[in-house]
Design a protein around this ligand. Structure first.
Ligand SMILES: Nc1ncnc2c1ncn2[C@@H]1O[C@H](COP(=O)(O)OP(=O)(O)OP(=O)(O)O)[C@@H](O)[C@H]1O
Ligand SMILES: [Mg+2]
Length: 259
């Protein structure tokens, strides 16, 4: 079986990467797609906490450090059937340069999704490099999108062409950037816009992803829609439209990015 490796990255912290990875893992597993989620945020991990998993015998850091095989460190969340390779909650440095080797130890998965630390520094480059497809998460505000643009550019510079932008915590308020503005600034197409929804932090408290905890909530419906998009074999990168008058701020961003 050919495995597709999908990384979830962002320019800015706290935009919803881990929430997205947890929900994609739960939704794809429920759809019958052989899926593994990996906590690649090895310095400040929390993917396992979204499933209430706190006891981690072998960690992803152990895998990266060659202390254990990746398959042996993989856990199955009993309530959801989600397979997860968690990082140790204790500080445990590891070499992300060994990611490809770790991925090679994993067979039988259709999709492996990797959560990442925020930003475009450190381990994120290694994670992007090991990926076939990249999902960039952003909130619809200027700091989020300007930094998301960097994440898109870094992915492209590394040679990735399958890059998708997902907007999260969308309030549909006037002060938010419009979709066309976000696509112009980031130079990437938005495939899914997930609403800000109280059901998400509630699910974190219940230690079960919102797609399972409250499947009809607005956020859950969108996470399921995203899972449907990701499940299709390879997603094509479509450059964002460059023409047209989008907003008052376009000139500013043109100057910022020199295009
Ligand atoms: N659609 C949403 N609606 C409401 N709250 C959300 C939504 N998505 C995420 N959150 C909340 O935002 C917070 C940050 O989410 P999350 O941890 O997934 O972000 P992150 O990008 O992984 O952060 P970090 O960069 O620190 O790893 C969490 O408290 C989460 O419950
Ligand atoms: Mg996170």
């Amino acid at each position: 079986m050919e495995t597709r490796v999908v990384s979830v990255i962002s320019g800015k912290g706290g935009v919803g990467k881990t929430t997205t990875v947890a929900n994609l893992g739960a939704a794809l597993t429920a759809m019958g797609v052989e899926t593994l989620i990996i906590d690649g945020n090895i310095d400040t991990p929390n993917l396992a906490l979204h499933f209430g998993i706190t006891e981690i015998h072998w960690s992803f850091q152990d895998v990266l450090n060659g202390r254990v095989d990746a398959a042996r460190a993989t856990l199955v969340h009993s309530k959801s059937g989600v397979r997860i390779l968690p990082s140790s909650l204790k500080y445990q440095p590891a070499d992300m340069k060994n990611l490809r080797g770790a991925l090679d130890q994993l067979t039988g998965y259709e999709i492996i999704i990797i959560d990442s630390p925020p930003g475009v520094i450190g381990h994120v480059e290694d994670i992007i490099e090991a990926s076939d497809e990249v999902i960039v998460i952003s909130t619809p505000d200027i700091p989020g999108v300007v930094n998301a643009a960097k994440a898109v550019k870094l992915s492209r510079d590394i040679g990735k062409t399958n890059i998708l932008l997902v907007l999260n915590k969308v309030l549909e308020k006037k002060f938010e950037l419009k979709k066309k503005e976000v696509e112009f600034i980031s130079d990437c197409e938005i495939v899914c816009a997930i609403p800000e929804d109280e059901a998400v932090p509630l699910s974190l408290g219940d230690k079960i992803p919102v797609v399972l905890n409250n499947p009809t909530s607005p956020a859950a419906q969108k996470f399921k829609e995203l899972a449907g998009i990701i499940s299709r074999k390879g997603f094509a990168f479509v450059p964002a439209p460059r023409r047209g008058f989008f907003s008052r701020i376009i000139g500013f961003f043109k100057r910022l990015f020199g295009r």
